[in-house]
Write a protein that binds this ligand. Structure first.
Ligand SMILES: [Zn+2]
Length: 238
């Protein structure tokens, strides 16, 4: 796929992104993101470029593993057949998301603190209830012009609110189990490099709409400067 990029040197640049009923406007070099049918935010709401990335777990040196693929490769046809049966829980995620767990299992990671994986703006912090639960969505823009849309699901708590600016490493919340929906707490993470089909809804599952340019989170972090040894250690199977 040919990913469009924005030349920040040729300013001013303005992008309008349609996302369902909403229309977001991104402007450079002062980076703003706001709903078009609402007044522009105050100047201090400009958010910093995403110049560095990190894993969202505040304590990455603990014994993490990545569980989204543990039941085997993702097969879209099998998902379509099985997802409405009692065996749906056996279905793996697509590779384009990650489930972070502690090797100690169960709810031992419940309440583990999370931090912003990059600087940007919180576009949503909301409790969708059910299997999704509390979701934080953050949008960031890299100096290369990539627009990154990140989401963390099932959270036990959220330390930030919609519209807030975050800097990489800021506390954003804690790992949860969607208020008991899952037997084991974990962080469900997904992100895309926006390709202008729009910003996915915060509760939009990465496997369900391929218009969005979903990325494998571990591969994305490696490609954006996170220590590959750390990523490999955190993604090994239990
Ligand atoms: Zn998941």
């Amino acid at each position: 796929m040919n990913i469009p990029t924005i030349d920040l040197a040729s300013t001013p640049v303005e992008l309008v992104i349609k996302a369902g009923p909403n229309c977001y406007r991104l402007s450079f070099p002062e980076v703003h993101l706001f709903l078009e049918n609402q007044p522009p935010p105050p100047e201090e709401n400009a958010f910093p470029l995403a110049t560095s990335f990190r894993l969202p777990m505040k304590n990455p040196d603990l014994e993490w593993y990545e569980a989204s693929q543990r039941y085997g490769p993702y097969v879209a046809q099998a998902r379509a057949l099985l997802q409405r049966t009692p065996f749906a829980f056996l279905l793996p995620h697509p590779a384009l998301c990650a489930d972070w767990n502690l090797e100690s299992g169960g709810n031992t990671d419940l309440g583990q603190p999370l931090v912003a994986p990059f600087s940007g703006q919180v576009t949503s912090a909301y409790n969708w209830a059910g299997s999704v639960g509390r979701v934080i969505q953050i949008v960031g823009i890299t100096p290369a012009g990539e627009v990154i849309v990140w989401a963390g699901w099932h959270l036990a708590s959220m330390a930030i609110t919609t519209g807030q600016t975050v800097h990489v490493g800021n506390d954003i919340g804690a790992i949860g189990n969607a208020d008991g929906y899952y037997a084991g707490a974990h962080l469900h993470e997904q992100l895309c490099i926006l390709n202008y089909a729009g910003i996915p809804k915060p509760n939009q599952f990465s496997g369900s709409d391929r218009r969005y340019n979903w990325q494998s989170p571990p591969a994305f972090y490696k490609a954006h400067g996170v220590d590959p040894d750390l990523v490999d250690r955190c993604t090994r199977w239990k």
